[in-house]
Write a protein that binds this ligand. Structure first.
Ligand SMILES: [Zn+2]
Ligand SMILES: [Zn+2]
Length: 266
């Protein structure tokens, strides 16, 4: 079980099951010390865009909805987790890396300085990322690293895996962590070969790794079964894992948030 889970979704992501407070309560029961709530950015639904373009998209896209900008604003400016639940909450977002846009992600920039954690991921949905080949994903992931993101989410999914060496190298240079994602491995969206290669490259280039369950329901919260097997097999250095402890997670969040705030004020 993870000590700190940096990637979770609440019912706000529409295709997830539990409320934020159900997840917090569940984390407490599982002895998870901290969790980041990282619901999908408005771009995965982008209600206005959706309403204007619904007829242009295939049926499976029409079912996809997510929280709007105001949800994040309320979460970031007004929400406090219940005092009786001793689980630290990091308020985050999972934004999408875009393939055909002037911007490289759909992160709402006004929210960026307030967020504790920003994950940037490729989601191969027609309005977000139209996959061409590994070179294209490599280019777009590297381009996204100039945005204020902290973690590249589920980088080893087979449908959207980049050439890992240049991506890991650039992440290391940028202080961005590569994610070892439980659900990707558990649901077999990512293969062991690519994931192992990513971890070996992380050691080679001194690149940080972030552990996330990518839970879409409480029973997945904090899970790391398959992730732990790989880390143990490789004897992976714990000092490269940004959320190996509550203390290291807090240090990572504070340093990345400061970079994000400094970048946006300059
Ligand atoms: Zn994702
Ligand atoms: Zn996710």
């Amino acid at each position: 079980m993870l000590v700190v889970d940096f990637h979770t979704h609440s019912i706000q992501s529409m295709h997830a099951i539990n409320t934020l407070e159900e997840l917090l309560n569940c984390a407490w029961k599982k002895n998870i010390q901290a969790m980041a709530i990282t619901d999908h950015s408005p771009g995965i639904d982008n209600t206005l865009h959706y309403l204007q373009n619904a007829d242009k998209f295939p049926q499976d896209f029409r079912r996809i909805k997510g929280p709007d900008y105001h949800y994040f604003h309320v979460l970031l400016t007004r929400y406090q987790s219940p005092l009786e639940i001793p689980v630290q909450l990091f308020k985050g977002i999972e934004c999408s890396i875009l393939s055909h846009s002037e911007r490289s992600t759909d992160l709402p920039l006004k929210l960026a300085p307030l967020l504790d954690i920003v994950i940037g991921s490729v989601h191969t949905l027609p309005h977000l990322f139209q996959f061409q080949n590994r070179e294209q994903v490599t280019e777009k992931m590297i381009a996204a690293m100039v945005e204020p993101i902290d973690i590249i989410g589920h980088p080893c999914q087979e449908k959207s895996c980049p050439n890992l060496e240049p991506v890991v190298k650039k992440a290391a240079e940028s202080g961005i962590a590569m994610e070892l994602n439980y659900c990707s491995l558990h649901l077999k969206k990512a293969n062991i070969k690519d994931t192992t290669e990513m971890l070996k490259l992380a050691v080679k280039y001194d690149c940080s790794i972030s552990l996330g369950s990518d839970a879409h329901m409480s029973n997945e919260l904090g899970r790391d079964d398959e992730s732990k097997v790989l880390l143990n097999e490789l004897n992976f250095p714990p000092e490269l894992i940004v959320n190996v402890s509550l203390e290291s997670a807090r240090t990572f969040v504070a340093s990345r948030k400061k970079i994000r705030q400094d970048n946006l004020t300059n």
